[in-house]
Design a protein around this ligand. Structure first.
Ligand code: F6P
Length: 484
């Protein structure tokens, strides 16, 4: 195959491979904020190849069969993207140790401060084997990118699965222009220092192999800088940049109008009636803090009982990373708490909580179209793209209750009620205040709600994916030219 002038590398690619009802393999569009963001961006980038991992046994066998050539699928399956996709056939053990053990159960936990440190983290011999798998996994990406990138190509590396890749590529291919973007938050040197010293060192120097290291907000970039100071005794010069990804207005408008979303919205409206809707859509994921969110909703119904019967909390939780025990246990706890709320408050004609823990994309989007109060209380979140999507999809004038620990708080904070995600009492108060505002907006006669919505919508689209990507490409290329 011909080599590419632009290579994107990420763990999860833009397509996944499954078996259809006819027993045939089918290639379908993958999920997640990273995927939808990059996909729109690449549509306008021209000659590009997207390198990703094979994540299941089926994908591994397809990847082995394709022997390094691009996958064959119709453009429609990949959301219309005009670019090649190469899946790397990483063996199952290496993949699981790197993805589950290191990326998601260690690095994700560090970056989102999810450990309960009396028992975890724990760096023993078994963990070291997983770390060796993470190194091999990064090496496989380096091999593939090396093979696919033409001389002087630009390589855009995504996220915490590939922290080591920029330095590996730099060493092997000094001709490449390399960008690295981390979609997660960053943490203080104290928390980052939970990692073994050599690992902390290798992660930072791995990322700094890139010409530009990008973050969603300055808050994360500054914490990264402090970690560099702590580990190397100095900070990187001009390598760190901020590109706060937001949503794409046209994409959201067209999604909101799709027939399956409209019909799901009609069904939901029938179920909810004209009650106010507190809506949230997340991956079923510890950092999203759904458990404390439900505790706050329960406290709201206790402290302000007049909302009983007048509000419905619609929660769509898309199952995620179910191979990791902490995720399964957390989701089970969310389900239990959901049942308790239902038993405590539910009546014959009012269901206080609609909790859906399954992948139902049309209904999740439909819920956002009906949402009066957008509820996001992540313990920590690189950005939180749902915040922007909700603002664009809601057909009310949405009021936002938003965790101050999200990147999105930097973008929408001026028109949101910000909360400390650990403070359930404060979050319940914020929900009450939001409902009061939403009710006032419904009954109000001035245009203050419409003005708030206009400001939120403008902020939610300030750096849509294509622009976000173009901006990075430009700066990576110019930074690389200056150093060459
Ligand atoms: O937040 C980082 C991120 O890469 C998101 O962009 C994406 O939605 C999510 O993690 C993907 O997680 P996974 O691929 O493990 O489902």
């Amino acid at each position: 195959m011909t080599k590419a002038s632009l290579v994107v590398a990420s763990n999860r690619g833009p397509v996944s491979i499954s078996v259809g009802s006819d027993g045939e393999e089918e290639t379908v569009r993958g999920g997640g904020g990273l995927v939808s963001g990059m996909q729109v961006a690449l549509d306008s980038a021209g000659d590009a190849v997207w390198v990703c991992a094979s994540m299941t046994d089926r994908e591994r066998s397809v990847a082995r069969r394709s022997a390094g050539r691009p996958l064959e699928f119709s453009a429609g399956d990949a959301g219309g993207g005009d670019f090649d996709v190469v899946m790397i056939p990483i063996d199952g053990v290496t993949f699981r140790q790197a993805y589950n053990g290191i990326a998601n159960a260690t690095l994700w936990f560090v970056l989102h401060m999810l450990f309960e440190p009396t028992r975890r983290p724990l760096f023993d011999a078994a963990w070291r084997r997983q770390w060796a798998a993470y190194q091999r996994y990064n090496q496989s990406f380096a091999d593939a990118v090396d093979r696919l990138a033409e001389s002087g190509a630009t390589v855009m590396v995504q996220d915490y699965h590939l922290f080591l890749l920029p330095a590996l590529l730099r060493e092997r291919r000094p001709d490449l222009k390399i960008g690295f973007f981390t979609h997660t938050p960053w943490v203080s040197p104290d928390y980052f220092g939970l990692l073994p010293d050599d690992v902390a060192h290798d992660i930072l120097s791995g990322m700094l192999g890139a010409d530009v290291v990008g973050f969603h907000t300055w808050r994360w970039a500054e914490q990264f800088q402090q970690c560099c100071q702590a580990v190397f005794g100095k900070v990187p010069d001009d390598q760190l940049k901020v590109y706060g990804l937001t949503a794409d207005l046209d994409e959201m408008n067209s999604r909101g109008q799709q027939a399956d979303v409209r019909s799901a919205a009609r069904e939901l409206r029938e179920e909810i009636g004209d009650r106010l809707v507190i809506g949230r859509v997340d991956r079923a994921e510890l950092s999203k803090n759904v458990y404390r969110g439900l505790l706050a909703y329960r406290e709201l119904l206790h402290r302000w009982p007049h909302w009983q019967g007048r509000v419905v909390h619609a929660v769509f939780d898309n199952p995620s990373r179910e191979d990791i025990p902490e995720y399964r246990e957390y989701t089970a706890a969310v389900e239990r708490l959901g049942r308790e709320i239902d038993e405590e408050f539910g009546t014959d004609d009012w269901t206080p909580l609609l909790l859906t823990i399954e992948q139902d994309y049309p209904s999740a989007l439909a819920a956002l179209t009906l949402t009066d109060v957008v509820f996001i209380n992540s313990v920590r979140d690189g950005m939180n793209l749902v915040a922007f999507e909700a603002v664009l999809l809601s057909e009310r004038d949405p009021v936002m209750v938003l965790s101050r620990e999200t990147g999105a708080a930097d973008v929408l904070g001026a028109d949101a009620i910000l909360v400390n995600p650990y403070d359930v009492g404060q979050t319940a108060e914020a929900l009450n205040q939001a409902l009061v505002t939403a009710l006032g907006d419904r009954e109000g006669s001035d245009d203050s709600a419409a003005r708030r919505t206009a400001r939120l919508r403008e902020a939610a689209t300030q750096l849509p994916p294509a622009k976000w990507f173009d901006e990075q490409l430009r700066q990576v290329r110019s930074a690389a030219e200056q150093t060459s």
